[in-house]
Design a protein around this ligand. Structure first.
Ligand code: MG
Length: 229
C-alpha cells in the first residue's frame, strides 16, 4: 500500500467501539478455570490497561502467590482467547459515532492505519470483525505483545516501519484514557484523546493530550488536526 506519510494508531475499547461483554466474560471464565477465583471484578477500573496487566492485577488482588501466577499465566491467556472465539458471535459491541466515516476518509486519503490496544491480538481482530472494522487494520501493537502499553506502542511503530515501509513522522494515537496518552509520550507521537470512554474531556485535558475531542463524530475536525483538510 502506498501511504501518504501519516500513520494513525487507534485504541479499540472506548475509542472505536463500546461494550464487550463477551471479552469480560472470557476473562472471568479463564481466571475461574486456572486460578479458581470467582470474585466480582466488574467494579474495577481497567480502562487503558492491557489484558495481561489486568490479569496480573486481579490475581495479585486475590493474593495469588507469584509462582502460581507464573505457572498458569500463558495458559490462562490462551484459554481466554479460545473462550472468546467460541462466544464472539454474541459479542455486543457497538461502533461509536463517526468511526465508520472517519476510517473510510482516512483510508481514502491513504493514511496508514494501525491498532494500539491492550486486547490480546486474536481478540482485537475478532471483536472488530464482529462490527466490520477489522479490514481497516492490517497491523498493530497488542496486549499479547507486552503487558506494558508503551511497549505495545513501540511494537506497532516497529511493524509500521518494518512491514509497511512507513518513514513519515506524522504519527497520531487516538485513545480514550490517560494511559493511551502516557504510552504515546516516550515516542513523541501526537495524541488525540476522545471522551467516549469513561474519562471526561476535562480529565483528558489534564493528561497533556495534544487534542481532546468529545467524540470522533466531527470527522472534518480530525482530518483538520491531521493536516489533511
Ligand atoms: Mg480504550
Amino acid at each position: 500500500m502506498v501511504h501518504n506519510g501519516i500513520l494513525t494508531l487507534f485504541d479499540i475499547d472506548g475509542t472505536l467501539v463500546r461494550g464487550a461483554r463477551c471479552h469480560y466474560m472470557a476473562f472471568v471464565h479463564a481466571v475461574s478455570k486456572f486460578y479458581g477465583m470467582e470474585e466480582d471484578i466488574s467494579g474495577l477500573n481497567y480502562a487503558g490497561k492491557t489484558d495481561p496487566q489486568i490479569l496480573r492485577e486481579v490475581l495479585e488482588l486475590g493474593q495469588t502467590p507469584e509462582k502460581v501466577i507464573e505457572d498458569n499465566f500463558q495458559d490462562c491467556l490462551d484459554y481466554m482467547v479460545q473462550d472468546y472465539m467460541v462466544n464472539v458471535h454474541r459479542e455486543n459491541v457497538m461502533v461509536l459515532a463517526g468511526v465508520n466515516n472517519l476510517l473510510d476518509e482516512l483510508k481514502n486519503e491513504n493514511v496508514l492505519l494501525g491498532l494500539t490496544t491492550g486486547n490480546l491480538e486474536p481478540i482485537a481482530h475478532a471483536k472488530l470483525g464482529r462490527v466490520g472494522l477489522d479490514d481497516y487494520f492490517a497491523f498493530g501493537g497488542f496486549g499479547s505483545d507486552s503487558p506494558k502499553r508503551p511497549c505495545l506502542v513501540e511494537k506497532a511503530l516497529e511493524r509500521a516501519r518494518n512491514q509497511y515501509g512507513f518513514r513519515g513522522d506524522e504519527i497520531f494515537i487516538i485513545g480514550d484514557t490517560p494511559r493511551d496518552v502516557e504510552a504515546a509520550k516516550p515516542f513523541g507521537l501526537q495524541t488525540i484523546a476522545v471522551a467516549t470512554g469513561r474519562y471526561s474531556a476535562e480529565s483528558l485535558e489534564e493528561t497533556g493530550a495534544d487534542f481532546v475531542l468529545d467524540s470522533l463524530e466531527n470527522v472534518d475536525r480530525v482530518l483538520e488536526i491531521m493536516g489533511i483538510r
